[in-house]
Design a binder for this molecule. Structure first.
Ligand code: ATP
Ligand code: MG
Length: 256
């Protein structure tokens, strides 16, 4: 049975999409069968693995609106061992479109999930920077969450709200939900601020904090523009090595 890991933090620009792409591609390179699910209307994860969104693209939005199933929206083999559920910009309207019907639509994502889990070793979900309906639905179907945190001032602000939401979902609708781990991104060990933030994160999350620290690198920002993971774009880059180390930690943690 595969594992569903949501990459989430309602704070914007902390490295969720970058982490989703490079964890999904890293696991695929390690020979695992991976599904990358993009539920952010900015669809950066979809384009980041080289998939071109068009007007005809179907996403999780259409699963809600047109009663499509997972198999109708999955794009197979976007890379070796990697399938994709792309996103579309209209996903941002979902909270508004559903209105009062929110609750009944939540089940749409849950319905086929057992089959999805049996087809893949890992399902990696790139979440939007909000705690709207789609993010809540994802937390209700996920086995665990990875929280990327940018090493900066007030890094943990907002994470408190996320932890409260996780706790509440865990105690009601998804008792299996775990925190898989916390990943520090855009780390620069030359600055005291980054080192202090890392210590604070370790004090808060203990051994849930990944040893791998993702450094800042311009290559990380360039790679998605050509639809490549950091391993394809510049394998010897320090961020590529850090994301590979992080991928191995995730595998080890899951006994794989
Ligand atoms: N390690 C890094 N080094 C340099 N730039 C990075 C790094 N990680 C991410 N970035 C850049 O920072 C920006 C934000 O990253 P990313 O899109 O992954 O964050 P996000 O949390 O998904 O953002 P959003 O909340 O908007 O979805 C992007 O331009 C990305 O290329
Ligand atoms: Mg993103």
């Amino acid at each position: 049975m595969g594992k569903i890991i949501a990459i989430t933090n309602q704070k914007g620009g902390v490295g969720k999409t970058t982490t989703s792409i490079n964890l999904a591609c890293g696991l695929a390179l390690e020979g695992k069968k991976v599904l990358l699910m993009d539920v952010d209307s900015q669809y950066n994860a979809s384009s980041g693995v080289g998939y071109k969104i068009s007007n005809a693209t179907k996403s999780v939005y259409h699963m809600f609106i047109e009663n499509l199933k997972y198999e109708d929206v999955i794009k197979v083999d976007v890379k070796k061992n990697l399938d994709l559920i792309p996103s579309t910009s209209n996903l941002s309207t979902l909270d508004f479109v559903l209105g009062e019907k929110k609750e009944q639509y939540k089940n749409v994502l849950k319905e086929d999930i057992t089959k999805l889990k049996s087809d893949y070793d890992f399902v990696i979900i790139d979440c939007p920077p909000s705690l709207g309906i789609i993010n809540i639905c994802v937390l209700e179907i996920a086995d665990s969450v990875i929280i990327p945190i940018q090493a900066e001032h007030y890094a943990l602000h907002g994470v408190v709200q996320l932890l409260k939401t996780i706790k509440s979902i865990k105690s009601t609708r998804n008792t299996k939900l775990q925190i898989e781990g916390v990943l520090v991104t855009m780390y620069d060990n030359r600055t005291k601020l980054c080192r202090d933030v890392y210590e604070e994160i370790k004090r808060t999350f203990g051994n849930k904090t990944y040893e791998a620290l993702i450094p800042r690198s311009i290559k990380i920002a360039e790679a998605p523009m050509v639809g490549e993971s950091i391993y394809e774009y510049d394998k010897s880059n320090k961020a590529a090595k850090a994301y590979a180390e992080f991928t191995r930690e995730v595998l080890k943690q899951n006994g794989k």
